[in-house]
Design a protein around this ligand. Sequence first.
Ligand SMILES: CC(C)(COP(=O)(O)OP(=O)(O)OC[C@H]1O[C@@H](n2cnc3c(N)ncnc32)[C@H](O)[C@@H]1OP(=O)(O)O)[C@@H](O)C(=O)NCCC(=O)NCCS
Length: 511
Amino acid sequence: MPPKKEKQPERPSASSSTSKSEKDGKGLSPDAIQLLLNNNPALAGEMQGMDQNSIAELLKKLKVGDLMTGMATGGKNQKDMASYKFWSTQPVTRFDEPDAALPDGPIRENDLSRVKTSPGELIDGFEWVTMDLTDEHEMNEVYDLLTGHYVEDQEAMFRFNYSASFLDWALKSPGWLKEWHVGVRVSSSRKLVAFISGIPVTLKVRDNIIKCSEINFLCIHKKLRSKRLTPVLIKEITRRCNLKEVWNAIYTAGIILPKPVATCRYYHRSLNWLKLHETGFSPLPHNMTKARMISRYHLPTETKTVGLRELTAADLDQTHKLLTRYLNRFEMAPVMDRDEIEHWFLYKPAQGKERVVWCYVVEDPETKKITDMFSFYALDSSVIGNKKHETIHAAYLFYYASTVAFEDESDESKDVPSGSESDAVKKKLKERLNALAHDALILAKRYNFDVCNGLTLMDNVLFLEQQKFGAGDGNLHYYLFNWRTSMIRGGVDETNRIDEKNGSGIGVVML
Ligand SMILES: CC(C)(COP(=O)(O)OP(=O)(O)OC[C@H]1O[C@@H](n2cnc3c(N)ncnc32)[C@H](O)[C@@H]1OP(=O)(O)O)[C@@H](O)C(=O)NCCC(=O)NCCS
């Protein structure tokens, strides 16, 4: 997830000037087509060399919603997006493929005997390495590469600063494989200049459960950019996953690639508004004073939910059951086993390690049952070139669950798809999630976080605005490798605003 700034107060955008008939996908006028292409370099690149008629035909097939949510693509990525020379060779859904034309399933049939047993060639002077992240020195090498060269916002004001403790947590989850921590070194100096990783996950995508790798932390040293090293890294991690007979992957990016399965939007809730303002993260709206902004984001010091406490080892079984049922509500979600629940949520203090995850449960004082849980994780961003502040401490919303969602269905073995609840339960769920999110913000503030970030996924659309989260200036696109399924709602509508009515089908939080 790239760090993003809070958006300047909304100004009329291309999307808000779109007429209803255009939103319906019918009759896009030449002006509207031009506007879309101007605002979506990725799409413009796809269409290079096509005549006007073919463009109009293709646009007719695309849902305007897909185009609109793709508008976050900024100038920085235009060069990469000029054409998908690499991605057009890969088993991913294409932009010109009508949604839901084919049933869900793999795009390419796979055969272990055809997987190469040695890596592809690298440019002269560089070599492949498998990073040993149990070795502190090698972990620090990955940390240093990411700290200097990982995701920045478009104006290069902020850069993610994943701590070594964070990487240890994120890259060594249950079942992790050393071979999926892939590096590229300069042969002569041994300097690490590129990295890509995968961890094994089980993913539910609509009616299918698939064994996947979750690909993350793709990073190339700034001096080696635009040399087409990314496709080589992606092919190598694919090969290593295939050797373990894992043929599918999930990944996210702030840029548009063929073709997002969902698009969510970033939201940010200030906890320390003045600091965020001083770093350039939060603008001061025209009609506001600093004092008013500070008081707008003021929070009480004590949480309100009765029975709220930190997760302990004794809660793991119940929490596992609760979260599994809750995540089943979404069209795409991880299927976690108990070990994964323990790994991702239970805080185990260890010497020399910074705390990464906070997880709370609500225990019913009478029945002693766990009725709810929520969690957030810590991920700093470096503030580039600011004299007063070096770092923004950000808490990111992680997974949560509430039994309120199941109140229409007493049979615990039955699924309750998100959006299928009665109006009464929906209302109660909204109230409950607002109460939990409010307490999460109080706790995040207590732990000295400056901002709480979240996306329009899971049921977040029910509380983001009420809890004073502001829209960010970026979207996050979800992608599936070698798996075809139609678009999943990302919690925003065609105008990129929160879509409370339809919500989101995304139940995956990627780090
Ligand atoms: C992302 C990054 C690795 C791309 O490197 P680059 O030098 O700009 O691109 P390369 O010349 O190596 O490769 C270009 C190809 O990679 C693709 N690509 C670029 N970024 C990508 C991404 N995040 N995920 C998948 N593919 C990506 C491009 O679309 C292009 O393929 P195409 O011809 O099919 O369009 C590099 O900019 C980087 O390290 N950025 C900071 C960290 C970051 O943003 N990581 C990605 C997090 S999602």
